[in-house]
Design a protein around this ligand. Structure first.
Ligand SMILES: *Cc1c(COP(=O)(O)O)cnc(C)c1O
Length: 367
């Protein structure tokens, strides 16, 4: 019996991709912001309804670059969540800044706005929240808080592609929103990422950071690095963008089936989608609380049935050995995140996941 993975990259029709890349053989422009790059960028700006999208080689470099855009003094503090993929926090530290971990909300697993003010010091420059599992943060509360304290607000929107709140795209919030287009995300360019923002003044700086600061053949204006998206990645993005709404619709069908089968099971709590949100069904998190078996036991039982479930985001980033000795860390300081991370499991979810697979997973969990 083949293994059912927790996720599986969406693949466009093979002929559609080969057609998309055919002209790259003739033009020989296979990177350096060519035609596919320009087309993809324009298509994304339309789809995401944002004035500026800067494409990157991957989401992590787009995050690092977003922090570099504001020239924060070294050693400045950035308030973030420990319940995330390590990339979020690594980006802060790799830019010479100090992460300060804020606890999360138990209901949707995003940063708890109410707990941020107590963490603000004279060194705080920014807040870097994550739209965890595609659940949008308290965007209104965070905007008000950032304005009140004069802080930069950068969203890690890696999970939130295609999500809208009261009709507004997830790309529109904060000073910058950063997406990942990694193969495992709802929408991908194999590897890839983007920054979205409104402020025209950030555009040149972002392009400088991702392309060595080169502005013309003989002008290098900034000590930038290399984080450009290639034409092949952009071509994959052009193909996948045509199918992303269909992919989200198919994910929603599986999500609704899971919900129907698991909603009444004692000890299980499913992800709630607020009525003012259009979700992307990026993940299928389930909280086990008061359930007869522990999360590691459930993982083991699913594995015996050739089903992969993942403990995203275990361990908490503030419990990782590389962050344990920071003055601001320690999972005990974020008790809600500690409680959630011990009891949450992400079940398989992707567009072409078989209905029977969902049925058999639910049967194991109901037993
Ligand atoms: C995937 C992901 C990233 C990193 O994106 P890459 O494209 O893999 O570099 C950052 N933050 C979160 C929350 C992610 O899930």
């Amino acid at each position: 019996m083949p293994e059912i993975r927790v996720t599986r990259p969406y693949m466009p029709p093979f002929a559609e991709y080969t057609e998309e890349i055919r002209e790259l053989w003739d033009s020989r422009q296979i990177t350096n912001m060519g035609k596919k790059h320009r087309q993809f960028q324009a298509s994304l700006e339309r789809y995401l309804s944002v004035p500026h999208t800067v494409l990157y080689a991957n989401g992590h470099l787009a995050l690092e670059s977003a922090l570099e855009l504001f020239s924060f003094p070294p050693g400045s503090e950035v308030i973030t969540t420990p319940f995330t993929f390590a990339s979020t926090v690594h980006a802060i530290v790799r830019k010479g800044l100090i992460p300060v971990f804020c606890d999360i909300r138990a209901d949707n697993f995003t940063i708890d706005t109410a707990k941020i003010p107590a963490l603000i010091t004279e060194k705080t420059v920014a807040i870097l929240p994550v739209h965890t599992y595609g659940n949008l943060c308290d965007v209104e509360g965070l905007a008000a808080l950032a304005a009140r304290y004069g802080l930069t607000l950068i969203y890690d929107a890696a999970h939130a592609f295609g999500v809208t709140y009261k009709g507004v795209s997830a790309a529109a919030f904060g000073d910058v929103s950063v997406f990942s287009f990694h193969a495992t995300k709802v929408f991908h360019t194999i590897e890839g990422g983007a920054q979205c923002f409104h402020d025209d003044r950030l555009l040149q700086a972002s392009n400088d950071i991702k392309n060595f600061g080169i502005r013309s053949p003989e002008e290098i204006a900034y000590r930038g690095g290399n984080a450009k998206m290639s034409e092949f990645q952009a071509a994959m993005g052009l193909c996948n963008l045509r199918h992303v709404e269909d992919e989200i619709r198919k994910r929603k069908e599986k999500f609704l089936l899971y919900q129907e089968r698991l909603e009444q099971v004692p000890g299980l709590r499913l992800n709630r989608i607020p009525t003012d949100t259009k979700a992307n069904y990026a993940y299928m998190p389930v909280v086990f609380s008061g359930y007869p078996r522990s999360v590691p036991e459930v993982v083991q039982e699913l594995r015996e049935n050739h089903i992969e479930a993942r403990r995203y985001f275990y361990p908490l980033v503030n419990d990782l050995p590389c962050y344990r000795d920071l003055p601001t860390t320690g999972g005990e300081k974020t008790p809600v995140a500690r409680e959630i991370v011990a009891n949450i499991l992400t079940l398989p979810l992707y567009g072409d996941l078989e209905t029977e697979a969902v049925e058999s997973i639910c049967k194991i969990l109901r037993k």
